[in-house]
Design a protein around this ligand. Structure first.
Ligand SMILES: Nc1ncnc2c1ncn2[C@@H]1O[C@H](COP(=O)(O)OP(=O)(O)OP(=O)(O)O)[C@@H](O)[C@H]1O
Ligand SMILES: [Mg+2]
Length: 360
């Protein structure tokens, strides 16, 4: 169960810090407000703010400073709008012409909770939600995916087979085609649902390695087709979370990786993003997400983020955000662009965010 939020307090900014943007004490957000994920109950961040309030600038500033503050940390940016470019990044644009893809069929190697069967169920759940399907089609997908794994010699009962090259959606397409030829009507309907997924090809191409320090997946081209961005984001988040679980719990408080998602609306229903916020800390996986509206951010994300940043929000949002982020309505309602109320653990502070464009 998520812990209740601490009581509201607003501390004056009294601490004196040197003028650097990243010291051993943390990262300067703006004015005299410093952020240090290793000194908080968890390193997760939730940012809320209307258009033009400074979400993108704040998230980019944090990602940029984080890699300087913790040189070993890896940042994975899931970029729905295509405006999250960072210095030194490796960018993988995902679109019809891109040579890169994401393979949702990559298996979780955890022998206690992974394997092809659970992956098939997880992928079917993602597709069902993102493409609005019924239970019959969900069941059919599970069957088709399990067949595709078997064709590659990957079997639930034998974990030694789980490391074999997983199938992609090219295999899924072939399997569906062969079922259609055998007269399966449900498969014909399914192929219509999956048409856009096949068309874009991003789920049939090889997936790039996640080894670089700053990796950005540019999903902005997927926005035209409902659901595609959500499927890609969920597949990525799941792979990263699974990989961190396999690595085991961290000893200290230094995170291994961070996932950044601006405009997290598309990932609102992401089961795995909620899991990252609930459980990622143990495995050294942090996340920072931004949204224009409170309703586009899940309750789990809000409740499990030790750092909450409110930027200027629409007047219709003030009441709910003031309540959920534990700040007085009067303070929330007066914010100007790049002005922020920052809650870190039980402390609340106000500052003018130093935007990314002033840091480079
Ligand atoms: N390179 C720049 N130079 C000067 N001002 C900038 C620059 N980039 C952004 N801004 C300003 O900084 C403020 C915050 O912009 P930002 O893009 O972070 O907003 P946002 O909350 O992400 O908005 P949206 O929801 O529309 O994406 C805006 O007032 C914008 O005009
Ligand atoms: Mg933005």
């Amino acid at each position: 169960m998520p812990k209740p939020l601490p009581a509201p307090t607003l501390k004056p900014n009294q601490t004196k810090k040197p003028a650097a943007e990243s010291t051993s004490d943390g990262i300067l957000l703006g004015d005299k407000v410093w952020w240090n994920p290793t000194k908080l109950p968890n390193g997760h961040i939730a940012i809320i703010g209307a258009s033009g309030s400074g979400k993108t600038q704040t998230l980019k500033a944090i990602a940029y400073e984080l890699t300087r503050f913790i040189p070993s940390v890896r940042c994975i940016v899931i970029d729905f709008h295509g405006d999250q470019e960072l210095p030194g990044e490796v960018c993988y644009p995902l679109n019809m012409e891109s040579p890169y893809g994401i393979n949702p069929l990559v298996i979780d190697l955890d022998t206690k909770g992974g394997g092809p069967s659970l992956q098939a169920i997880a992928v079917a759940t993602i597709l069902k939600k993102a493409l609005v399907m019924g239970v019959n089609q969900e069941g059919l997908i599970i069957d088709i995916l399990t067949t595709c794994y078997k064709q590659r010699g990957i079997i639930q009962d034998d974990p030694t087979t789980w490391r074999r090259e997983p199938p992609t959606f090219a295999d899924v397409r072939e399997e569906i085609d062969s079922r259609i030829k055998s007269g399966c009507k449900e498969s014909s309907k399914l192929t219509l649902k999956l048409a856009a997924m096949f068309e874009y090809g991003i789920f049939t191409r090889p997936q790039p390695s996640l080894d670089a320090q700053i990796i950005r997946f540019d999903l902005s081209a997927l926005g035209k087709v409902p659901g595609l961005g959500a499927i890609a984001a969920e597949a990525l988040i799941k792979q990263v979370m699974d990989a961190h679980r396999i690595l085991g719990e961290i000893e200290g408080k230094i995170p291994r990786s961070y996932i950044f998602i601006d405009e997290c609306k598309e990932a609102k229903d992401s089961k795995t993003l909620n899991l990252v916020f609930a459980d990622g800390r143990k495995y050294g996986l942090g996340a920072a997400v931004g949204s224009q509206k409170r309703k586009d951010m899940s309750d789990d994300v809000i409740m499990n983020s030790s750092t909450k940043i409110i930027l200027a929000v629409d007047q219709t949002e003030v009441k709910r955000i003031a309540k959920d982020f534990r700040f007085a309505e009067g303070l929330v309602g007066q914010l100007q662009p790049l002005e922020a109320l920052v809650r870190m653990g039980s402390n609340g502070e106000k500052c003018k965010i130093k935007p990314f464009y002033e840091r480079i």
